[in-house]
Ligand binder design. Structure first.
Ligand code: DAH
Length: 352
């Protein structure tokens, strides 16, 4: 059998490589032939040279062809054995479901994304300045006591500033304004912590913050944004809101936002204007807060709002005890949880 036949019949890559070395390697047959050109006379070389080079080309081409064929065969074999039948149904139905808090956070993100808001985040272990001072809550301010703050004390001997578990999502306002130039349109959903526990309070709960900073922003923009959001969230056109003067250190003026509700088939539902309940805190960002973030309050204005995500979930999906949210009881999840396979979209019905 000629060398070319041997190459074409090489059973695997290792055998093929052995043939390559025997022909083209350092002490290979063709390498030796090439070396023999050196001592030849120019006439001999012009006869022998092209022959040897042609031989080398022929052998190299045969090796490449066999190598490609062997590799293709290996790939085919792998594809045949590693095939995954994606149409195979799962043997067990999945037991998990989407938690109402996750569902509501996804709904909020979807609604605000549609209005041009980005999602911002901040740390849950926060420093005092971001959680309080920058938000115009100085050390002696009574609001600090009202927040029932969890303090994270540094280890003995450690020379670190005391930290807090953030008591609200408002510090994300500060972080966002410090991080980039306006215009700013963000929401910041996330976990917050307060030392408080009863049927409507848990030490960890969820809030969502909203912040808009731009030129010429006024309370009309705030009211439109909140009404548009609440209509989309409760999936009703008859949602009504009213705003009352209130006080938050980081907004001026500040407002409590109430939403109308009524009984429908014996159930409390959001809509109409028969009864009112408070759902949000809001206001125009205090000029001092804007200045604390290094922006000129004469140039930039904005509004902010904040509310409890768990509370929104309770109102929309009818849960009565907040503590059950965090018990991890599968029976509760089965009752209130959401399919893992449906994602809230405005077109599909966000709470579908
Ligand atoms: N941070 C407030 C709280 O935890 C909620 C809040 C009220 C946020 C008014 C705001 C706002 O941005 O404007 O109670």
């Amino acid at each position: 059998m000629s060398l070319i036949d041997h190459i074409a019949a090489a059973p695997d890559l290792a055998a093929l490589d052995a043939l390559r070395v025997a022909a083209l390697g350092k002490s290979g047959e063709i390498t030796a032939a090439l070396k023999s050109l050196g001592p030849m006379t120019p006439e001999e070389r012009s006869v022998e040279g092209p022959k040897i080079h042609a031989r080398r080309e022929e052998v190299t081409a045969a090796i490449t062809a066999r190598k490609n064929a062997l590799e293709a065969a290996i790939l085919d074999a792998r594809l045949a054995t590693e095939k995954l039948d994606l149409s195979l149904p799962a043997r067990e139905t999945p037991r998990g479901s989407v938690h109402p808090v996750s569902q509501v956070m996804d709904e909020l993100t979807e609604i605000f994304a549609d209005m041009g808001f980005a999602v911002a985040e901040g740390p849950e272990i926060e420093d005092d300045w971001h959680n309080f001072t920058a938000l115009n809550i100085p050390e002696t301010h009574p609001a600090r006591a009202m927040h029932d703050t969890f303090y994270v004390t540094p280890a003995a001997g450690e020379d670190a500033a005391p930290m807090v578990l953030r008591t609200h999502t408002s510090p994300v306002q500060i972080r966002t304004m410090m991080a980039g130039k306006p215009p700013i349109r963000i929401i910041a959903p996330g976990r917050v912590y307060r030392s408080d526990s009863d049927a409507t309070h848990t030490p960890m709960f969820h809030q969502i913050e909203g912040l808009v900073i731009d030129k010429g922003i006024n309370m009309g923009h705030l009211k439109w944004t909140l009404l548009t959001f609440l209509k989309a969230f409760f999936e009703r056109e008859d949602v009504a809101i009213r705003m009352f003067a209130s006080y938050f250190p980081f907004t001026e003026p500040s407002a409590d936002v109430q939403v109308g509700w009524k009984f429908e088939n014996g159930r409390r539902v959001i809509g109409g204007s028969e009864n009112w309940m408070e759902v949000l805190g809001a206001g125009m960002v205090h000029p001092r807060v804007i200045a604390n973030c290094g922006l000129d309050p004469d140039e930039w204005q904005g509004f902010a709002f904040g509310t409890g995500v768990d509370r929104l979930a309770m109102l929309k999906y009818g849960m009565s005890d907040l503590r059950a949210f965090f018990d991890g009881d599968l029976r509760w999840m089965k009752h209130y949880g959401f399919s893992a396979l449906t994602v809230p979209t405005l077109s599909g019905g966000i709470g579908a």
